[in-house]
Write a protein that binds this ligand. Sequence first.
Ligand SMILES: NC(=O)c1ccc[n+]([C@@H]2O[C@H](COP(=O)([O-])OP(=O)(O)OC[C@H]3O[C@@H](n4cnc5c(N)ncnc54)[C@H](O)[C@@H]3O)[C@@H](O)[C@H]2O)c1
Ligand SMILES: [Zn+2]
Ligand SMILES: [Zn+2]
Length: 387
Amino acid sequence: MKALTYHGSKDVRVETMPDPTILAGDDVLLRVTATAICGSDLHLYHGKIPETKHGDIFGHEFMGIVEEAGPDVTNVRVGDRVVIPFVIACGKCFFCENDLFAACETTNPDQGASLRKRAKMTPPAALFGYSHLYGGVPGGQAEFVRVPKANVGPFKVPGSLADERVLFLSDILPTGYQAVLNAKIGRGSSVAIFGAGPVGLMAAACARMLGAERIFMVDSEPYRLDFAVTAFDVIPVDFGHVDPSEFILEQTAGRGVDASIDAVGFEAKGSTTETVLSTLKLETSSGEVVRQCISATRRGGVVSIPGVYAGFIHAFLIGDAFDKGLTLAMGQTHVQKFLPELLEFIEEGKLQPDIIISHRMKLADAARGYEIFDKKEEDCRKVVLTP
Ligand SMILES: NC(=O)c1ccc[n+]([C@@H]2O[C@H](COP(=O)([O-])OP(=O)(O)OC[C@H]3O[C@@H](n4cnc5c(N)ncnc54)[C@H](O)[C@@H]3O)[C@@H](O)[C@H]2O)c1
Ligand SMILES: [Zn+2]
Ligand SMILES: [Zn+2]
């Protein structure tokens, strides 16, 4: 089969790989019909996620048709059309039983144990196509993929909805939704969303749906901000021109917004010191957006962080966060938990996640897709690939 594989920083290639096979009784083999490139894939693409090996197959946003099912699979059948959550969860452990699927303690064999020094505990759930730190499971930017734990993950979708309409249930839609729920957004809320990439846009869509009144959206890419203004009626804030938290404080009577959402993560631009420190490997993440979120949020508010962080940042303003009595919420998305309600919202027309798609390409051209998305060429917002 053809699959997108890693060969070092900014070197990904579509090449012929062995067809996957069923390895456990509750595996299915999926024929992929659509897959997308995520901002999380860019961290891998930049060579920033440890334990990513040459030849690893990327891709954690995908859907398709069940081609073959192991003998213990009861939830889906051959021929079913399903979306696959990027989180692989067993459905039976302590965390799964508490709907904390991304914390599943049984699916990740933990080849990166030494990197989680301070957390002497089981690693979080395995993820598709996301390094050996997250289980070393081959991903779905491929013609076929083995899907483990098929009684817990694969989510059947009605034939009336096109692939593009439901594909983002695999990751960015539940991620935006969890970020907004964590931020306690409701009717009349004000929120600042940092990052107008796919995750920030999904958060904006969900915040609108839940009745947020004012949505500030921060980025430095005018084309992304322009789209967010048109699609979700946000107040654009270009951090290339203004200090975002200062601007947001001015606009909110000096108090700040009810909640801020960091949809950027550890590769945030804006702090020269941190860019240098992380290049020298003295620091692993840029704390620029976390600091902005802490400044922009009112006392008693929430900072919600779907953006990915790794390791440590030095300049974390815990004093400010304490002083303001903030709540911090973060982590990978517990995808499985949100799918039934999100599908309903899509069916009712309350959410139309596919409007953010800017590029439709063949899987064979995936390397170019990574380049366009990474360099933000051709006004790229989201790339969908079809095998
Ligand atoms: N928690 C989860 O389960 C989960 C799931 C999916 C993605 N993510 C993470 O969410 C983040 C965003 O993903 P995406 O697909 O939208 O990525 P993306 O790279 O397309 O978008 C990030 C955006 O942030 C902007 N940006 C950079 N520095 C900024 C700053 N200082 N202030 C404001 N904006 C800034 C960039 O211009 C870009 O538009 C990534 O870190 C990704 O790994 C997390
Ligand atoms: Zn993703
Ligand atoms: Zn589990």
